[in-house]
Design a protein around this ligand. Sequence first.
Ligand SMILES: Cc1cc2nc3c(=O)[nH]c(=O)nc-3n(C[C@H](O)[C@H](O)[C@H](O)COP(=O)(O)OP(=O)(O)OC[C@H]3O[C@@H](n4cnc5c(N)ncnc54)[C@H](O)[C@@H]3O)c2cc1C
Length: 375
Amino acid sequence: MTGALQSRPVGIVGGGVAGLTAALALRRRGADVTVLERAPVIAEVGAGLQLSPNAMRVLDALGLGAAIDAMSLPGRGVRLRDPSGAEVVRLDLARHYPEARFRLIHRARLIEVLVQAARMAGVRIELGREVESPPDGPLLIGADGLHSRIRMALNGREVPFFTGQSAWRAVIADDDQTPEAHVFMGPGRHLVSYPLAGGLRNIVAVLETRDWQDEDWSRPDDPANLRAAFADFRGPVPDWLARVGECHVWGLFRHEVAHRWQDGRIAILGDAAHPTLPFMAQGACMAVEDAWTLAACLDTGPDQGTALARYESLRRPRTARIVAAANDNARNYHLTGPKRLLAHTALRLGGRVAPGAILSRFDWIYDFDPVAETP
Ligand SMILES: Cc1cc2nc3c(=O)[nH]c(=O)nc-3n(C[C@H](O)[C@H](O)[C@H](O)COP(=O)(O)OP(=O)(O)OC[C@H]3O[C@@H](n4cnc5c(N)ncnc54)[C@H](O)[C@@H]3O)c2cc1C
């Protein structure tokens, strides 16, 4: 720490994972931070998050490790399965990344941990503050998510396109807390599920469809629609879906990574800068990485323009690569016909012959250490 941020006023628009992590990271380096959040109360949508080691390194460095451990489960593996429930391959995270920490957590619990730590550190969080355009101030951070006003102020209006996929999400009560994720891959559809601490289970189910859906996360749907779309999936799926009491549905849209991330006074991070499809489970993890790097860059000295340009140049290539990987994964999960047979056979064989090789393809994501890479 250089002291360059000592008592510098910083405004942050948005109190989600990106805004709160940035608030804490900046405050820990001495900044005087105010978060403006439009929600009148901090009440997070019910959904799970997989936190991978690249993000956990930051959260641990911010001193949140024990609080997160108390509210989450370890993620030890991922089981790729076909719709009959048969296993295609099991990816052993605990074995391939023995030192690293994967955690499965309810989003609301992560937000709770971040809010509490930020407030204790002296961050002001002002609720019910909807921001229409970037407020005045020497340094303003836009962490206002998918439909970011701050991104629009920097980049103008941009139009995302519908991917032809809709997703449901639901959380059910479940005693099975075996700490691994399941991905059931069917033609044109897949379903992901993993346990969350506290006897809960997260379910996300994605369907290729021509029906246009809203991009809004908070649209309730009749669970019967979810059950009907996955009626031929077997294994534990029918039992899980029978227990869905409420669910939400939304459309998956592809967005460009923002062309312009900063202008010397304003900077964006998280979904405001690089919304991603959920197929690499990296949206929140990238937001956490951004937050650390942004604070570290601003801490290198008093020249804010240089610091923000450095932040952008460090973050853009990596986030663009992860967003592209998530786009590719959407295709891989939903293969049909001979391509699907070929891919699943290759995965089965790969799992037997060189199980580590499948996971090694993701080393560049999970082995990355934003804390060690601090400028
Ligand atoms: C189904 C699904 C599963 C996912 N699973 C994972 C996963 O396993 N792992 C992972 O890492 N990521 C996952 N993600 C992605 C992750 O949820 C997002 O990338 C992450 O939440 C982005 O955080 P953020 O803070 O940038 O945006 P948000 O969480 O959207 O927060 C933005 C905040 O800004 C506030 N705001 C917005 N506009 C204004 C305004 N004008 N004025 C004031 N406040 C405003 C909002 O109220 C909100 O609190 C998943 C996403 C989906 C859809």
